[in-house]
Ligand binder design. Structure first.
Ligand SMILES: [Fe+2]
Length: 285
């Protein structure tokens, strides 16, 4: 089975798992956001303490995608600060990892994430898939790919970080809003033929299933209608599509926008107990 529908949970309510000796990153901690039991792919919020170090030469047998929320982390001598992004392919040999001040890093493992000491087998690493580093804060905002978004969203902007050369999967940042609820009384629901995954960085999103605050996470399988979407404070989020690029099918008819929705999440059983806790959204994680 693929990853279950998670829409949505504030990461702040989820437990940290300390990673011990024998794990891929001993001494760090992880908050599991979503997990695929078949492929072992996982989306994790990683937290590295200050003066953390993994000295050994090692590699991962899966691709790792990362976006730094806070602090700094070095991988094989490349230093990633707040807002920096990278896509590190499977089999890339890393002569150590470290964090001086500590770091919080959104991390996406595309398979089993245990690291392996030593050099990777010849042929595993494909350097054409590497995105060594993007300083996203210095990157200019571009235009969202969907024409409909341009018709209703206030000040929309997108930074495309990656498109997979084989699958078409994309990673991007999106911002728009704030909306005026007096003007935006109605909107259209939408759905996508691919997975849409998101972590909200700033602002707010009003959706029929609740109000997403900074640190909100969702994993939405293909074909699930959602919206209409509005934002009273504006939104800035980190997004990924899986199964191809994100294309959107819009509903024919408009529906009223719910500007004060109650939280009615769709969650797998293991996350339901956490959703009943009040999230402290004054901090991102
Ligand atoms: Fe969507």
């Amino acid at each position: 089975m693929a990853r279950p529908h998670i829409e949505f949970i504030q990461n702040q309510v989820l437990p940290w798992k300390q990673l011990g000796e024998g794990s891929s990153r001993p001494g760090a901690a992880g908050r599991a956001l979503s997990y695929d039991p078949d492929t072992k792919a996982a989306s994790v919020l990683m937290k590295y303490p200050s003066s953390w170090r993994l000295a050994e030469n090692h590699y991962l047998p899966c691709d790792e995608e990362l976006f730094v929320l806070d602090g700094s982390l070095s991988v094989g001598g490349v230093v990633y600060g707040k807002g920096d992004y990278a896509y590190l392919p499977a089999g890339m040999t890393r002569p150590g990892m470290a964090s001086g001040p500590g770091a919080a890093v959104l991390t996406f493992f595309e398979g089993p994430q245990g690291s392996v000491m030593g050099d990777a087998p010849l042929g595993m690493y494909d350097p054409t898939r590497l995105i060594a580093k993007i300083e996203t804060e210095a990157m200019p905002w571009g235009t969202p790919s969907d024409a409909m978004v341009m018709t209703f969203a206030n000040a929309p902007g997108r930074k495309l970080l990656r498109q997979d050369p084989k699958t078409g999967d994309r990673t991007w940042m999106l911002r728009f809003g704030p909306d005026d609820p007096k003007k935006m009384t109605h909107g259209r629901a939408e759905n996508h033929p691919v997975v849409e995954e998101s972590f909200l960085l700033e602002g707010e999103i009003q959706m029929p299933c609740g109000v997403l605050h900074p640190g909100a996470y969702f994993w939405r399988p293909p074909g699930i209608p959602h919206g209409p979407v509005g934002t009273l404070k504006g939104l800035w989020g980190f997004f990924r599509s899986k199964g191809g690029p994100l294309t959107t099918k819009w509903a024919d008819n408009e529906e009223p926008v719910d500007w004060s929705p109650t939280y009615r999440p769709i969650l797998p059983d293991h996350l339901k107990p956490f959703a009943t806790q009040a999230a402290d959204t004054s901090s991102l994680y």
